[in-house]
Structures are given as C-alpha cells and as structure tokens.
Write a protein that binds this ligand. Structure first.
Ligand SMILES: *Cc1c(COP(=O)(O)O)cnc(C)c1O
Length: 397
C-alpha cells in the first residue's frame, strides 16, 4: 500500500482520540442549550464553563478573560475592534510586523483604509524581530502592538515577554497571535505581559472552527456579535459546545505533554532538516535554528518551483505546503519569505514540512527517501536550474 505522510501540521492537525471522545457526548445525548434554565441545559453550560476554566488555567488567565470564538482568524480580527475603540481616546497608531498571518495583516490593511496609521516592524534574515524596533516605533498616539508568538511559515518564535514589557512601559496594549504557539510553547499571559491573545483548536489536535480570545480584564471590548448574553454578550450566539470542550481538552493535553512532545518532535525535525541539507545541494533552511517551533522545517530548493515540488510530493503520498495554507492558492510568493530577504525565485522554490507528535521516525525516513529524487528530477527539467549551472544566474544563499 502507498504510504501517506502528513507533514502539514502547521496548516491543521489531526484531532486526537481523547479529544474526540470528550466531544462526542455533546454531539449526541447532551444537546441542551447552555442558555436554557432547566437542568438539561445546565449540563452543557457547565461543560462550557469548565472548558473556559481549563483554557484560563493553561494560559495563566482568569476564566472571565477567555472568550470562545469561531476560529483563530476571528480572534485576530477582534484586535481591529479594540483599535477602533482606542481611536476614540486619540490612539490612531497600530504596530504589527511584516510576517504576521493574513488574519492580522489584512486587518491592519483594513485599519489603514479607515484612516489609522500602521507601522510594520521588519525582520532580519532569520525572520526575527528586534524588540528595540518596537520601542522606537511607539509614539504617543500608539494604541496597540500586535506581534505573533510564533510564525506559521518559518517557525520563528518571537521574544514575546520582552516585547510585552516594552509595550507596558510605554502604556500601550499588547496582543499576540499565538495560534501556532498555543499547545506547543509554554504561555503565561501575566508573566509574559500579554494583554490579548488569539488561539485556535485545530492547530493542536483539537477540532476546526473553534478558537479563543484572551482579553485582559479592564480592556474595553465592544460587542462583536450582538444578540443574546453568550460570552458576556460580547459574542452572542449559541455556543459551539462540542468544539469548545474539544478545544479545552486538546489544549490541556498538549500543555501536559508539552515537554515530552517537544523533545520528540524536535528530534524528528532536526533529522529531517539535517537529512535534507546534507543530501540535496543548493538548498537553504529558512528561519532560525534555535528560536524555532519544534515541528517546523521550511526549505528553499534553488532552481525549482515549490508548487511542482508539492505536486510530486503529493504523488508520493507526502502532504506538505508552500508557505501558508491561505496564501498557497495564490501565486504570489510568501510575504514571510520575501521579508527575510529571499529573492522571488528562491521564495518560489520553498516548501514547508511541519511535523507533529503524530508523525513517526519512519515518516521522516520516507520523506528523506523520496525528496532528493523528486528535487533532481525537477531540476533536470528546469530552465532556471540550467541557467544556474551555466553560471548565467546565481543566488547567494
Ligand atoms: C492558522 C493560523 C491562523 C488562523 O487560524 P484559523 O483558526 O485557521 O482561522 C492565524 N494565525 C496563525 C499564526 C495561524 O497559524
């Protein structure tokens, strides 16, 4: 039988068995409406509140500060609402980075269209942010800084605690898109000076279509969805009870097993990176080796197109991605790879292989067995590779 290796865990993960089992009762017998007053509804209400408590506990927050959302993208969009309410206090300036997920970047662009000023903090060749750049960008009219916890394309982990401290010194609110980090990296919102945070269940073996927004007590938040009293009236609508239970269960499990998982996944990832770099000439690892998510491996293969590489990998039963899932249907090279200084042609030849604790050493061996042949086949028919061999073009990598 043909092997299937799922190496796109940064796009989404498989739901785990314990998570599914925790959810099932709320998709079957326990269908009461949490807002109903009889005991049957009370069961689901208690499940939602227990989930809220679990999420708060993992993040070092208060249950009051957790609002369940429809996804990570939605949570990121809420930052816009906070910025809009800060504008009434004369805060018209928003700071974010050039490497954010589109949920944040497109929100920032929307704010610009509405007349806000936005500063995009650049990154170095590893994709890292210098917190001092944020200090320098803060002005009296800055309302909010939003910097992602970890990058979804190149895996770079940002100095969130330090950035948060700089924001707080200046009296500026700090949000972090922790969708890639939650369940993978230890997070404590109080210790790390985080005022707002977004996370999403399907990035840590939870279900799709449910996320959470942590919003520190005292931050004025206008209602995002008007209606009933759910989520303190901020986001009305009958709760996705099973999804919320799944999110909390997945987050708790990920948090409990984090140390062990990180160790195992990092070892597999290192084997993958070292295996690729040592067997395939003319390729480069994107993103920092050290400050890196355990499962992330992002490689540029000179002389070929990432898309053709993905198709060949798919034929070999390997699911990978070029950049982010949301951007891969467009033909523009990844904004993250361009931001770290890669030329368009090099950015185009990049592939992200992202592992999770569901992967095995055999998966890594299989990728390492297939990849070198696929790359040389594609290079053999690539005009760009040919031009490189003749010395007509060259790239400094
Ligand atoms: C996946 C992802 C999102 C979007 O989360 P969804 O739940 O899929 O909407 C936002 N930010 C980052 C960094 C992500 O990786």
């Amino acid at each position: 039988m043909e092997r299937f290796v799922y190496a796109d865990n940064a796009a989404t993960t498989k739901i785990s068995q314990p998570v599914l089992e925790a959810m099932l009762p709320y998709l079957t017998e326990e269908y009461g409406n949490p807002s109903s007053l009889y005991r049957f509804g009370n069961i689901t209400k208690r499940a939602v509140e227990k989930a809220r408590q679990e999420v708060a506990e993992v993040l070092g927050a208060d249950p009051f500060e957790i609002i369940f959302t429809g996804c990570g993208t939605e949570a990121d969009n809420w930052v816009k609402e906070i910025m809009r309410s800060l504008q009434k206090k004369g805060k018209n300036h928003f700071i974010t980075s050039v490497v954010e997920h589109h949920a944040l970047l497109h929100s920032a662009q929307r704010l610009e269209k509405e007349g806000f000023e936005v500063t995009y903090i650049p990154v170095d060749k590893d994709g890292q942010i210098d917190p001092e750049d944020i200090r320098k960008a803060i002005r009296p009219e800055t309302g909010l800084v939003s910097i992602m916890f970890a990058n979804n394309e190149i895996g770079t982990i940002y100095p969130i605690k330090e950035i948060g401290a700089i924001c707080h010194e200046a009296g500026v609110l700090f949000h972090t898109d922790a969708v890639q980090a939650a369940g993978h990296v230890k997070i404590n919102v109080k210790e790390m000076n985080i005022d707002m945070l977004s996370l999403s269940a399907h990035k840590f073996h939870g279900p799709k279509g449910v996320g959470a927004f942590y919003c520190r007590r005292g931050i004025p938040l206008t209602n995002i969805i008007d209606g009933g009293a759910q989520e303190r009236g901020k986001r009305a609508g009958t709760e996705n009870v099973a999804g919320i239970v799944g999110l909390a269960t997945a987050l708790s499990i990920a948090n409990k097993e984090m140390e062990e998982t990180t160790k195992r996944v990092t070892a597999m990832r290192n084997k993958l990176i070292d295996g690729i770099l040592s067997t395939i000439p003319q390729c480069r690892l994107n993103g920092s080796r050290e400050n890196r998510l355990a499962g992330n491996c992002n490689i540029s293969f000179l002389g070929i197109e990432g898309e053709s590489l993905l198709l060949r990998l798919d034929l070999a039963g390997i699911a990978a991605s070029s950049g982010s899932a949301c951007a891969s249907s467009s033909l523009d090279p990844s904004h993250v790879l361009l931001a770290i200084g890669l030329p368009h042609e090099v950015a185009h030849g990049s592939v992200r292989l992202s592992l999770s604790d569901f992967n095995t050493d055999e998966d890594v061996d299989y990728i390492l067995e297939k990849l070198p042949d696929i790359v040389s086949t594609l290079r053999a028919m690539s005009p760009m590779w040919e031009a490189m061999q003749k010395g007509e073009v060259s790239y400094d990598i």
